[in-house]
Design a protein around this ligand. Structure first.
Ligand SMILES: Nc1ncnc2c1ncn2[C@@H]1O[C@H](COP(=O)(O)OP(=O)(O)OP(=O)(O)O)[C@@H](O)[C@H]1O
Length: 497
């Protein structure tokens, strides 16, 4: 992660002069210019009466006077409302569409995040008659195709056959698609009738994470498909284009672009967002942004939520699990997320904690070692409050919004400030209060303090647990360890003869 070492002044000139989101105020729905009445009442049904500053700023640059003339990059803290910041303008802009085509594509890194984003879209898009699809590999490819593409009555096979001479009429069943890169590529490569040719809007959520992982070159592929459509736009109407199997060809927005001296320029509008947006020109360039505008909260690249309190808890590393247990006990019934450094550590820690007989706290794990179905079930139960403590590694928690998480605990000190931002950001969301505790040994303190100086709002208090509380746990620790060793020996594979 060489990016961490970069100087904090961005190399890209347009990144040096951002619009500061913190200067925007919350805006009551009645004052939001041009807000569709149905969108307003959908928001009210969600209990939303004001737009958050990032939503106001994005609205201003898209639906408002900005009119989507520039591609939008958003760097705003975790829990500040980025999902609705992009979902609202998309739904508003598509509300007057006449035919149903795939007009907006939202790419996110994980399935659970995609499900969460789809729920947000469903709540605001359905009242305006827009359909939202999901391409995440939750169901079989065939089931997913059934939900996304209307097959011509006579055509029963679902996969693309390049030798098929007559071009049947496929119809998209969705206006907006939320996808993970892998499944998106499956549809691009194999699903007949799945086309991006009508796309107006591309959203890349958790951009830095998605740009870091190539996932079968999904981004160059999507951009190339869109680019080739733009090229075809200027070709004579009778020219052959293999993707034009659908309904009408769509004309992308053809506005007067700022800086283009009244030259009409059809293009796809892009929005890219993250709480830790990359400043690396080598990565940003991959997005092929058009005259980009950066919307950013505050001065520094990393910013922690306003109502987050950070604490460091210095432990004796020989009995670190006891500090965690003492901390969990002191937090009572509050929902907690515990982060470890790896999936293996997550598994081991969760097993060990469950070996403490008198703990009386329900603890489950959430990791990529588990089957997706198990993981989704665990997450749903955690959302509903069926159990109270979830132990997780980093990979899957980007963007996850679980109501009522009051505490985040870093069992292992995060290596990078970016990791701290995303972990801590699972609490103190939407203006709520929250706490992040980081367990560390004495010799890790210096590095941790240095790490926290990289973030706005990175001040950190001490949280102490008395040694008598730790000593009181020694006996149960011994019996938990014995029980844990039995479990480990049973699960370890027997050597082959
Ligand atoms: N205008 C609003 N009024 C009240 N609540 C809101 C508003 N906008 C968003 N929220 C709530 O704020 C929470 C955080 O929103 P969201 O998940 O979009 O944050 P985010 O900025 O994408 O965070 P992350 O960077 O962690 O992905 C959600 O529970 C959402 O329902």
């Amino acid at each position: 992660m060489g990016e961490e070492k970069q100087h904090s002044i961005p190399a890209l000139p347009w990144m040096r002069d951002p619009v500061d989101i913190t200067l925007s105020q919350q805006l009551p729905l009645d004052s939001v210019p041009s807000l569709h009445p149905k969108l307003k009442s959908a928001l009210e049904d969600l209990g939303i009466s004001n737009l958050f500053p990032v939503q106001v700023a994005v609205w201003h640059e898209t639906v408002g006077p900005g009119n989507f003339e520039r591609d939008i990059c958003v760097n705003s803290p975790t829990g500040s409302g980025k999902t609705l910041a992009y979902a609202l303008p998309l739904v508003q802009m598509l509300s007057d569409r006449i035919t149903r085509c795939l007009r907006a594509l939202v790419v996110v890194p994980t399935r659970d995040l995609a499900l969460q984003v789809k729920q947000v879209f469903d709540a605001i898009a359905s009242p305006l008659g827009l359909r939202v699809g999901l391409a995440v590999g939750q169901s079989s490819l065939a089931d997913e195709i059934f939900e996304l593409v209307e097959m011509p009555a006579h055509d029963i096979s679902t996969y693309y056959d390049p030798h098929h001479v007559s071009l049947p009429r496929f119809q998209s069943k969705v206006d907006i698609l939320v996808a993970t890169p892998g499944r998106l590529m499956d549809h691009i490569n194999t699903t007949k009738g799945f086309t991006l040719e009508h796309l107006y809007y591309l959203v890349v959520d958790e951009t830095d994470r998605l740009l870091r992982e190539a996932y079968q070159s999904w981004l160059p592929t999507v951009l190339e498909l869109i680019q080739s459509n733009d090229d075809v736009f200027f070709q004579p109407a009778d020219s052959f284009f293999p993707c034009s199997v659908g309904a009408l060809r769509t004309r992308r927005r053809c506005g007067v672009e700022r800086g283009f001296k009244d030259k009409p320029y059809p293009r796809l509008a892009k929005m890219v967002l993250s709480a830790t947006l990359t400043q690396d020109p080598g990565r940003i360039i991959q997005l092929n942004l058009h005259h980009p505008l950066l919307l950013k909260a505050g001065q520094m690249r990393y910013r922690l939520p306003e109502n987050l309190e950070s604490f460091k808890l210095i432990c004796d590393k020989n009995v670190k699990p006891l500090y965690l247990i003492a901390l969990l006990k002191s937090l009572g019934e509050e929902k907690c997320l515990v982060f470890t450094k790896s999936v293996d550590s997550t598994h081991r820690l969760c097993q060990l904690l469950n070996c403490f007989e008198d703990l009386q706290i329900d603890i489950k794990e959430y990791s990529s070692l588990q089957h997706q179905r198990v993981r989704s079930k665990t997450l749903n139960e955690f959302r509903k409050g069926v159990f109270q403590v979830l132990v997780s590694s980093d990979a899957l928690t980007r963007g996850m919004d679980v109501e009522g998480v009051r505490n985040v605990i870093n069992y292992d000190v995060p290596k990078y400030i970016k990791t701290y931002v995303h972990r801590a950001g699972r609490t103190a969301r939407a203006g709520q209060t929250g706490r992040c505790f980081t367990l560390m040994s004495e010799d890790e303190v210096r590095r941790f303090k240095k790490l926290m100086r990289k973030a706005e709002g990175g001040s950190c208090l001490d949280h102490n647990i008395s040694s008598s509380l730790i000593e009181a746990l020694y006996t149960s620790y011994q019996s938990a360890l014995t029980k844990y060793k039995v479990i480990i020996s049973k699960t370890q594979k027997k050597p082959k003869k």
